[in-house]
Design a protein. Structure first.
Length: 280
């Protein structure tokens, strides 16, 4: 067994491609699939230990009306096992399998982690329902196609909340939920109507974070559609929908600046921190 297969059983994923492709394309409200126990037990245990040892400094904060979370895109600061998992997910072998699964040819893994990386939400954290930005901020001809989320929660209980909600294109109903169970991978199409989020404030214990690895995959286009993250109100959000909309517009304006000047997540962190509802 090579080093790659000691961490993730790619042989199994490749052997099951026909079954998995059928499940993926049949997913509603948009194509998606949930796969459990993707990382081998010894490797996932090592990742949990590495995350416990990561310091809190060096994380970007996104603390505004539509989200309360933190990200880390400094892959050199990650533990060796987590770096190996990210490398495998960016490998030609995995992206070829992902293209076969989803139907998008020649997918490109984003090693720059534009908007991705490690994500953490603590107690009272949330992410309002949204569809993601559609084009890479630094690579002009990359159109975003697929999201990969690998949940990294060694412990999770249903009453803690944090399930990812998948909403219909008209935003009238939540059609599916995905619990953030450790070593669970979610793959899904990302486009202008793939609305998702975990909008209810978390009830996690104070000392435990909701954690995931977020990786994005792109296809090459001459002139890709360019839209910023599109936050949407749920039917039950009532008057909050006005604040959701205004915050979205403010962030869209900054997205234009970020794209024009190729700013980093660290620059976003410096911009948004003064507008945070409260510091961690």
């Amino acid at each position: 067994m090579n080093a790659e297969d000691q961490i993730i059983d790619l042989d199994d994923l490749e052997l099951r491609i026909d079954e998995l492709r059928h499940r993926y394309l049949a997913g509603t409200p948009f194509p998606h699939i949930v796969l459990d126990d993707v990382v081998r037990p010894e490797a996932i245990s090592a990742i949990y230990a590495e995350l416990d040892e990561m310091p809190n400094d060096g994380w970007n904060s996104y603390l505004h009306f539509n989200e309360r979370k933190y990200s880390n895109t400094d892959i050199d600061a990650w533990g060796p096992t987590l770096r190996s998992v990210a490398d495998i997910f960016a490998s030609d072998r995995f992206t070829s399998w992902l293209s076969a699964l989803t139907g998008f040819a020649d997918l490109q893994a984003d090693r720059s982690l534009d908007g991705g990386g490690l994500h953490r939400c603590y107690r009272d954290g949330f992410l309002n329902v949204h569809s993601d930005f559609t084009a890479h901020h630094q690579v002009a001809n990359w159109r975003r196609r697929i999201n990969l989320l690998l949940y990294l929660n060694a412990e999770w209980q249903a009453d803690w909340g944090g399930e990812l909600e998948l909403w219909s294109a008209d935003m009238t109903r939540c059609e599916a939920t995905v619990a953030p169970v450790g070593n669970r991978m979610l793959l899904f199409n990302t486009d202008q109507t793939s609305f998702h989020g975990h909008p209810e404030p978390l009830c996690f214990p104070e000392s435990i974070a909701r954690q995931s690895l977020a990786l994005y995959y792109f296809s090459e286009e001459i002139d890709p559609i360019t839209h910023s993250t599109d936050y949407r109100a749920r039917p039950e959000d009532g008057i909050r929908r006005f604040a959701i909309y205004l915050d979205k517009k403010a962030l869209a304006a900054y997205d234009v600046v970020k794209r024009r000047f190729k700013l980093s997540d660290a620059a976003i962190n410096r911009l948004l921190r003064p507008f945070s509802r409260r510091d961690p």
